[in-house]
Write a protein that binds this ligand. Structure first.
Ligand SMILES: NC(=O)c1ccc[n+]([C@@H]2O[C@H](COP(=O)([O-])OP(=O)(O)OC[C@H]3O[C@@H](n4cnc5c(N)ncnc54)[C@H](O)[C@@H]3O)[C@@H](O)[C@H]2O)c1
Length: 437
């Protein structure tokens, strides 16, 4: 029996052992899902604090409860570790390491390269390696494959390599892990088929595409589609404000069209590990082949401008009241990049706070998920949201619309509110002290 048939049998019988490299927002949920479905999973992460926390049964990711970690540890089918030599043990290795940008806004795939260099030190015949980290088309074939080939083993004969983008949406309670269809593209047909068989054990629908590059491009198209549409609606919102038209009402009405329209909503800017970063991976790759992605660049610029636009609106609101930003007490509600998620990465709230502080405002914040914020090396403690705190501030800006906020209390107690998410109207609150983006 060849290696592919052997591995397929192991997967089918759930005897295949899996190792997830990188137990972050993406890797940890994947690990737990495979354990839940009966597989044995090693979780390899070089962050000792994270592994220590998991070993004690404590979660560091909002969507995953510590109870769930403890249960999974009890099953004895999940082994979190920092020990890279365990890479000899698994039949399947899934790479979920970060893919950030360098200072000059170009892709930083050093974590992927590091993971591949670690894998090749222990590479075994018949192992299937899957890259899940978002990256530019060509990474799996042009970067990972050459590193793995240094072992002297051959892809499709001795080992298998594929790409399958992660589409997880933190905080989304409707589309959970197994309900999000999975795209799979292999370096070889055998790799694609093995990856398809594997994910079919934990995900309802798996969609194979012809190449690893196609799968890499799928993820970037999805995120590019979002930033371009968000850029468009942000531009539209700025225009509507000039025309005294309520942009939120426009979108609500437009979305009644049953075809040819998909609602996107304006906001204070985009954040997280995906939207502000992934399209720049694509535009970098495009430049390498002599192509300019004008739409991506324009959308990115528009979205980056939104925190500045929020600050301009604040200046306008204060000016109407004969005040200026300097010396004004401003309370920011919600600082994470997204509602109901404990993740500050690239959050526009951080830019807004910095811009306001730069103009001399006295800024404080409240966020049920974030106890402390470090801005310009200064640590600020979040305040507890009370009527007294709301009354004490000249202006409240709703930046992130967490479910936990008591919107009625905020509307009743704050002097003036800038709502960048239309959160108050969505819960049926309309009041004179609320101004919408
Ligand atoms: N967060 C999301 O919502 C999301 C959604 C879809 C796709 N993605 C993509 O998934 C990838 C991972 O994102 P994330 O949000 O989980 O990142 P993360 O920073 O939360 O987690 C990555 C983990 O990898 C570990 N790590 C880094 N290098 C390592 C190495 N060589 N060996 C072992 N461990 C290592 C880090 O310590 C960290 O714990 C990125 O490419 C991201 O673009 C993220």
């Amino acid at each position: 029996m060849n290696y592919a048939s052997k591995l397929k049998k192991l997967i089918d019988s759930k005897k295949a052992k899996i190792c997830i490299i990188g137990l972050g927002y993406v890797g940890l949920p994947i690990a737990l899902e495979f354990v839940k479905k009966g597989f044995f999973v090693y979780g390899l992460d070089n962050n000792k604090k994270r592994i220590g926390s998991l070993k004690k049964g404590n979660s560091y990711i909002t969507d995953i409860s510590s109870d769930r970690i403890r249960k999974i540890l009890k099953s004895r089918r999940f082994l979190p570790t920092t020990e890279e030599s365990i890479l000899k043990q698994p039949d399947i290795i899934i790479i979920c390491v970060p893919t950030p940008l360098r200072k000059r806004k170009i892709p930083n795939i050093s974590y992927i390269i590091m993971a591949a260099k670690t894998i090749v030190r222990y590479l075994q015949k018949s192992q299937l390696i899957i890259l899940e980290s978002t990256t530019y088309p060509g990474t799996t074939r042009d970067v990972i494959l050459p590193i793995l080939k240094k072992s002297g083993l051959k892809e499709s004969k001795d080992f298998f390599l594929s790409f399958s983008p992660e589409r997880i949406d933190p905080g989304n309670r409707r589309y959970t892990f197994s309900k999000i269809p999975k795209i799979v593209g292999g370096i070889s047909k055998k790799a694609a088929e093995l990856t398809r068989v594997l994910y079919s054990k934990v995900i309802d629908k798996v969609i194979p595409v012809s190449l690893a590059e196609t799968a890499e491009a799928v993820k970037l198209l999805e995120n590019t589609f979002r930033i371009v549409n968000i850029g468009l609606i942000n531009e539209f919102a700025m225009l509507c404000s000039k025309l005294n038209i309520d942009v939120w009402e426009v979108v609500e009405a437009a979305k009644t069209k049953p075809f040819g329209f998909m609602p996107f909503y304006p906001g204070p800017g985009i954040g997280g590990h995906c939207l502000p970063i992934d399209p720049l991976y694509l535009s970098w790759k495009a430049r390498k082949v002599g192509f300019r992605t004008k739409m991506i660049d324009l959308a990115a610029k528009t979205n980056l401008f939104m925190p500045h636009y929020v600050v301009r609106r604040i200046e306008g609101l204060l000016n109407e009241k004969g005040k200026e930003v300097s010396g004004t007490k401003i309370l920011i509600l919600g600082v994470t990049y997204k509602k109901d998620v404990k993740d500050l990465r690239e959050s526009p709230a951080l830019d807004i706070i910095e811009l306001l502080q730069g103009k001399g405002a006295r800024v404080s914040y409240s966020d049920p998920y974030i106890l402390y914020l470090d801005i310009n090396s200064i640590r600020t403690k979040g305040v507890k949201l009370t009527q007294a705190i709301l009354k004490k501030n000249d202006l409240v800006i709703l930046v992130t619309d967490h479910r936990e906020f008591n919107y009625k209390m905020i509307a009743n107690s704050a002097r003036l509110i800038l709502d960048t998410r239309n959160a108050f109207e969505r819960v049926g609150i309309n009041a004179k002290n609320i101004v919408k983006l």
